[in-house]
Design a protein around this ligand. Structure first.
Ligand code: AHG
Ligand code: MN
Ligand code: MN
Length: 324
């Protein structure tokens, strides 16, 4: 049985052709990004771009290259009304008659670029009821309103993982044909796990609920949880969440007290919401200490949130410790 192609799989998903073209365009562009990543030092694309993005983070050359490729590809689609990116200060108007808005993290995990480790592209597609001038306000929709969300993982194989609200499907890029082929469907995250993912070096800065929760996992068999846990941290959310979609686990990037005015590190509209959409579609839970991430009414395109996601039972336990 041949693997179905991405266009074939999309045509089965009961979504309009405009939305299909947006997803296909993102998929095509990711192939160009994967080629730039594969050439690495040979193409002189590694290292810093010498600038900061709007969030005060150093941009890598590949952050800028990936951003420009996606922006140019989306801007020429009649279906795309506007876009917002981690690397763009403000929303970008595309085709005012278009119906869809796209938010994206062009390259996630960019500290991994220079060590030839995994990175990804994250995207979220929203529908707009706006006309005329494109405004930030029309982007500020809760994650639950997403029409499609997904990511591309640039790993040993390049994979596209997608949801249009009917479960999660995974596609693998066939380097011979240059096309994405469906390799996994019905993705499901087990409610229980013995694996967690967090940057432990920030432990002393977390809220007491998170200190207690991770402390209990670390205590393993000798602690109240009565079993040993394993820890993994790739430092690219795409790769850490991909592992959770493949074999389960809990991922968190908690609030911490170093920048108490900043809710968390990860960005709501192009990291937490799209990854959260996939995780909920796979049966997992996606929370801040206060509530479900997909229910948050955003107030800014670059808004940050603390994130606790993955295995339903673990997320529920972790959140409950914050509420005591
Ligand atoms: P980005 O490269 O788009 O700025 O995102 C990096 C994020 C996320 O992918 C990852 O989980 C986290 O930052 C890694 O943070 P640490 O550097 O604290 O490990
Ligand atoms: Mn990111
Ligand atoms: Mn990024």
């Amino acid at each position: 049985m041949p693997y179905p192609s991405l266009p074939e799989a999309l045509s089965q998903q009961d979504i309009d052709t405009d939305l299909q073209t947006v997803v296909l365009q993102l998929a095509d562009t990711s192939i160009a990004i994967s080629q730039a990543l594969a050439k690495g030092a040979l193409a002189g694309v590694l290292g810093a771009a010498g600038a900061e993005n709007v969030q005060g983070e150093d941009q890598k050359k590949l952050d800028v290259i990936a951003n420009d490729l996606i922006k140019a590809a989306l801007a020429k689609l009649p279906a795309v009304r506007g876009l917002a990116s981690e690397e763009e200060e403000s929303v970008v108007a595309c085709n005012t008659d278009g119906r869809y808005l796209v938010t994206f993290d062009p390259l996630d995990g960019s500290s991994n670029i220079d060590i030839n480790s995994m990175v990804g592209t994250i995207f979220s597609v929203l529908e707009s009821s706006g006309s005329g001038e494109v405004t930030e306000a029309e982007f500020l929709q809760p994650g639950r309103a997403q029409k499609a969300a997904g990511y591309v993982l640039y790993g040993p194989s390049v994979m596209l993982v997608l949801s249009t609200g009917k479960g999660v499907t995974m596609f693998t890029l066939d380097p011979d044909s240059g096309s994405y082929l469906l390799t996994a469907g019905n993705v499901a995250i087990p409610s229980d796990t013995n694996e967690f993912s967090v940057n432990m070096s920030n432990q002393r800065h977390w809220a007491s609920g998170m200190q207690r929760y991770i402390g209990e996992l670390m205590a393993g068999k000798d602690g109240p949880r009565g079993k040993n846990y394993n820890m993994r941290w790739v430092a690219a959310m795409v790769a850490d969440v991909h592992r959770i979609l493949c074999r389960g686990g809990l991922f968190t990037y908690p609030w911490d007290d170093r920048k108490p005015e900043q809710a968390g590190k990860l960005r709501l509209m192009y990291e937490a919401n799209p990854m959260g959409f996939l995780v909920e579609q796979a049966g997992g839970e996606v929370w801040t200490p206060e509530g479900k991430i997909l229910d948050i009414q955003p107030d800014h395109i670059h808004q940050r949130v603390p994130v606790i996601l993955g295995a339903a039972e673990e997320v529920t336990t972790c959140v409950s410790y914050h509420q005591e």
